[in-house]
Design a binder for this molecule. Structure first.
Ligand SMILES: [Zn+2]
Length: 473
């Protein structure tokens, strides 16, 4: 059987099948951490020995797909049908074959004899949904800004906060000073916070170092975090987040650094990142500057995301549509032309209610986006300045109450639509062949999750077929 190491040493290819090391190693104590695979050899027909760059030699099953589990509930299952529906089933037995969903049976169906020894996961009558997907986070940062939050709450002005050393540049200073170890530990801790709220895959951006080595170190820390805990982390370069202090009077020189040095250096490491993002706003980057970054990113085959329309409409939706970006995010301010452009290309609008609440922005034009057929996703925008939250269910609540999104669209926004928005369209559904990522909620009805503001109803999480947060009853 053909066996080779792929993807910067974080996966192996076995007879054409792509096996991520974190699944082979079982997500537990034996996580990959900062190591990569140097070699993979057969020990016997059932086991592969992996030699890791940190000197460890670990055995991995050559048939990770062989563990069969049956997840049973008598409650609702949201399968997320292809036709824009939630695909609600009343109870079911979801058969998992390793990291994939094999089939869905009726809850009391007599299973075939070969499943007699399958491990049973009885979820009682809980609601079972696809693992949630958070398509927009800045989960990697050092330092915190609680003092700044206190000043804002006490009515201090932006200028007073800035003079006291607050604002995004304080996060930049702390993040630049962090070691790879400190950065990866911070990202692991925050990814686990997302997981606790039901997230099994997310997107995460760099953008708090704003210098060549620091941005690469952030992406590397996110790669380590991806390998070290259950949540999959899609990595995005956001060097064009804000202009760093040392380029305050020379933002075009900073852009040259991004386009000519940083993007080529980042893509030189296979598997380090998959997308590029930029912040289009007054005081950050203008349309022409963002276009320049996007053209460089496209030359290196990166997917595109765009922060646009948070405080003003500078034509970001049209640019995102023109360049076939995966998503355009925020959109509190977007014109009818911008919406029409998005509708034509299918670029996803990622709405960020946590940031809208914190920054007291108006609601995005949800009714117009829905009427035009623009796919909507929801993200936490988890970041220390404007959306300090790791709860995607809370974002569903806020989107339903503040933005006027229906409960049904809120569910699609954190599953199938979020999957598309991060370039992982195989995620977000409970169908045969899909990745076995599931969440069970202590809820009898899917509307209870957005309805219960701020409660964590997550009772169990299955990631790649393994129970990573569990509660039997
Ligand atoms: Zn953001």
């Amino acid at each position: 059987m053909e066996l080779s190491v792929v993807d910067a040493g974080s996966a192996v290819e076995l007879n054409g099948a792509y096996l991520r090391l974190k699944d082979l190693l079982g997500l537990g104590d034996r996580s990959l951490g900062s190591a990569s695979i140097r070699r993979a050899e057969w020990r016997d027909p059932n086991w592969i020995e992996l030699g890791l760059s940190d000197g460890r030699r670990v055995l991995a099953s050559s048939e990770p797909a062989s563990v069969t589990r049956v997840v049973r509930t008598r409650g609702q299952i949201l399968t997320m049908g292809a036709a824009g529906e939630l695909g609600i089933r009343s109870g079911g037995a979801i058969v998992l074959n390793g990291a994939r969903i094999d089939r869905i049976c009726d809850v009391d169906e007599v299973l075939p004899a070969e499943l007699a020894n399958a491990e049973e996961i009885d979820l009682g009558d809980r609601l079972v949904t696809p693992g949630l997907i958070d398509p927009h986070t800045h989960l990697l940062f050092l330092g915190q800004r609680a003092e700044e939050f206190g000043m804002k709450a006490a009515g201090k002005s932006y200028l007073e906060i800035h003079r006291a050393g607050g604002g995004i540049l304080s996060t930049v200073r702390a993040t630049r000073a962090g070691s790879l170890e400190a950065l990866s530990q911070a990202a692991i801790a925050n990814a686990r916070r997302l997981l606790a709220a039901g997230v099994t895959s997310c997107e995460a951006k760099s953008g708090y170092a704003l210098e060549l080595k620091g941005e690469l170190r952030m992406l590397e820390a996110l790669r380590i975090a991806d390998n070290s805990q259950p949540v999959d982390i899609q990595r995005t370069l956001l060097a064009a987040h804000t202009v760093p202090e040392e380029f305050a009077e020379a933002s075009d020189d900073y852009l040259a650094l991004i386009c000519e040095q940083l993007i080529p250096a980042a893509v030189a490491t296979p598997g380090l990142l998959s997308a590029c993002d930029a912040y289009l706003e007054q005081g950050a980057f203008d349309l022409q500057q963002v276009r320049r970054v996007f053209e460089a990113a496209r030359r290196h085959r990166l997917d595109l995301h765009l922060h646009a329309g948070q405080f003003s409409d500078l034509g970001g939706a049209q640019l995102a549509a023109e360049m076939n970006a995966l998503s355009v995010d925020h959109l509190e301010f977007v014109s009818a032309e911008g919406i029409a452009a998005l509708a034509k290309t299918g670029t996803t609008a990622i709405l960020l209610p946590g940031a809208a609440l914190t920054c007291r922005c108006p609601a995005p034009p949800v009714a117009e986006l829905v009427a035009a057929g623009v796919p909507i996703a929801l993200g936490t925008d988890f970041n220390p300045g404007s959306s300090m939250t790791a709860s995607l269910p809370l974002m569903m609540s806020l989107a339903c109450t503040m933005f006027g999104l229906s409960c049904e669209l809120a569910w699609r926004a954190v599953t199938v639509n979020a999957a598309r928005a991060i370039g992982r369209p195989e995620l977000g559904r409970i169908v045969a062949g899909a990745p076995a990522d599931l969440v069970a909620f202590d809820a009898a009805d899917y509307r209870e999750v957005p309805y219960f503001l701020g409660a964590n109803l997550v009772a169990a999480v299955v990631k790649s077929g393994q129970v990573v947060i569990g509660a039997q009853r």
